[in-house]
Write a protein that binds this ligand. Sequence first.
Ligand code: ADP
Length: 522
Amino acid sequence: MSNVSQQQSSLADFELLTEVSQLLTVIDLDHVLQRVIDLAARSVGASKASVFLHHQHSDKWQRLLTPRNLDPKETVTVVQSVLDKGLAGWVMQHRQGTIVDDTQTDSRWLVFPNDTKPVRSAMCLPLMQNDEVIAVVTLEHPEPHHFTDHHLRLLTIITNQAAVAVRNAQLFNQMLEHQRQLEATLHAIPDVLLVVNDAGDILLASDAALELLGLESQEEVVGRSLASLLDADSAFAPLQDVLDHPVRNDETRTYETRSDRKRRDFVVMATRWENDFGGTAGHVVVMHDVTQMRDLNRFKGEMLKMASHDLRSPIAMIVGYSDLISMDTPDPNSTIHEYLKVIRHSTDRMQLLLDDLLRVEEIRTSPAELHEPTDFAQLVEGVVENLQMVAYTRNQTVEVEVSLDGLELLTLDPALIREAMENLTSNASKYTPEGGRICVTSYYDDRRVHFIVQDNGIGISEHDVTRVFDWGFRSKKHTGQTIEGKGLGLSLVKTVLERHGGEVWVESQEGVGSRFGFWLPR
Ligand code: ADP
């Protein structure tokens, strides 16, 4: 090659590289690929060029810009056979470019029945990213021995640059896809969702949030301060607390709220999200609409009150008439008195059950008096004393491990907490055979006060243990009335603890014993 033509070729190569590097700023993937093969074909005088692009998140390959104009189904077949047995497959395997000087003698070149224009020589190169082949470019020419080593070197440089451009465009596409997914999610979720940055400005809002605010589009809410929503609807009132006391790292704060305007009830949950340095980047607020559940609950409460009220009169009638029959039966040895005793026992049980049902409902619906500064240790002491009396009659041993010295007064409803403790201790005695052992433990840590009752009684099966706190649940084994109960005690304990922001838990093994416990926030 003469000096002049060498200089011309270098200049052309340089221009080519400049054109390829300009592709780095293009974000339309199709456009990038089209430009890559156009430039590649032009730079080496190829008659045709094609590219197979690897699908990012699957094993699939897609062929773009096929000169054969195949339908998509056929394309898949062609791509697969070329990758299995053909030149592109060889390039994939060896991760390097190669030249086919003569397609008639090189077995790597596959001829397809509908190939109209003859191809005599070819060149094929991979586009590599992090050691992975992300695409394969194939160039063709009707004459044999068209492609040279210089072409191969030049195109290796081009494809290296092109790989970066393709990756950029793929990342951009990925970002768009994520954005579309996010938009679809925000559209689909029925909950009010607000994502807020550290400065308290809204970054994202779900459609349900827009609806509650009476707004049409994201643009109307994005950028607004969370504080500005406080006046928009009474349901946003808990946000004031989130603004005043940012949520801690491991905390999910829960509130209950109501939109007076929309007559809807919500459970609000606020968590924080972190930036790259572990600091608060902002908050995520989710408001779950529980109106239906609340309505059902209200309805259930009403029904319960009505039913128990309506049941009291017939029970009173049965009791009254039983007494009359008893009076009219002077013979004290008559079996009628035996029958009447059974009737009386049953009506007493029914009355107690009604009392308990109403009591649980009352606790559930009435506001708890959580304002009384209470000596928790004293409560535990009283409960243990009662347990010792009951246990004594059943020949059971009671162990006590209480370390509550130095605990400050807790603000709670002492009557309810005492009732909850007594439910656990009386169950422990009730469901432990005579001669058994019950251990009461109570202590506190930085944030919580704990109360635990352990017994070595009959235990609870794996199947039942998840249901013991359900309203009215009794293990099938006791429904035969070997051990009396109504299945309301633990549901009451759960309600009481929830009202105090605490939690009740259980661990149990059938035949071995149970551990019931709860914690209260300090
Ligand atoms: P009740 O004792 O009136 O049936 P509870 O709500 O207090 O109702 O308890 C629900 C069920 O949980 C009981 O019927 C029993 O099957 C089971 N249970 C509660 N405490 C214990 C315990 N300490 N050991 C074994 N089973 C228990």
